[in-house]
Design a protein around this ligand. Structure first.
Ligand SMILES: [Zn+2]
Length: 207
């Protein structure tokens, strides 16, 4: 079972790194391609870690070296996912994985991909009992705050999704922990808030 979890995590990691590296081209073509020759990869090129070993770390079209980040990233995601599933429920483990992806994209590109938020929304709607109240309050206050550029709208959407399952007290804690960490750890004026929100959300989820 542990091996299946590892493979599942590695597949998600592989797909995600591909999206990150080819952003925003990936969303136009919606397929994985070599970052050098842009040839569409065949399904057998996409098996995490194993493809890298069989291709001897080179693209089979242009023979350019494939970054070692790919197998490393895939292995790390596989390990993170299988460890998470050992300690937490499937719901929490998938939340951690998606929040990790959201944090990385916010740090690297400064945005939160809607596809990740949609995944999160789908997971929550399908597995939990939801309440619309807190979400609507967050969206109303958030629209007001994002007009004044006080907070990014991606962060608002992320928080609004968790407003479906958390109560006002838990949401206040999330905002408090995230703001505290952001003030403590960020020296720049422009704060990438999603990583701090993610840490705060995960703490509330596992407590
Ligand atoms: Zn190539």
């Amino acid at each position: 079972m542990q091996f299946i979890f590892f493979c599942l995590g590695a597949c998600i990691g592989s797909y995600y790194l591909c999206v990150l590296d080819n952003f925003p081209r990936f969303f136009k073509h919606k397929h994985s391609c070599c970052p050098y020759c842009h040839q569409q990869l065949k399904p057998y090129h996409l098996i995490p870690i194993i493809s890298f070993i069989f291709l001897k770390g080179r693209c089979s079209f242009c023979n350019k070296k494939i970054s070692w980040r790919y197998p490393l990233f895939e292995a790390i995601w596989g390990i993170i996912f299988s460890i998470c599933l050992n300690y937490f429920s499937f719901f929490v483990a998938v939340n951690i994985l998606i929040l990790l992806a959201i944090s990385i994209s916010d740090i690297i590109h400064g945005i939160i991909y809607d596809i990740l938020l949609m995944l999160l929304l789908l997971l929550i709607i399908c597995t939990k009992e939801i309440y619309l109240g807190p979400s609507l309050v967050i969206l109303c206050i958030g629209i007001f705050l994002s007009i004044g550029n006080l907070i990014g709208f991606g962060d608002i959407k992320l928080l609004a999704i968790y407003g479906l399952i958390f109560d006002y007290q838990q949401l206040a804690w999330i905002l408090f922990i995230a703001s505290f960490l952001a003030i403590l750890l960020t020296k720049k004026r422009e704060i990438r808030f999603a990583p701090y929100l993610s840490i705060a959300i995960i703490s509330i989820l596992v407590i």
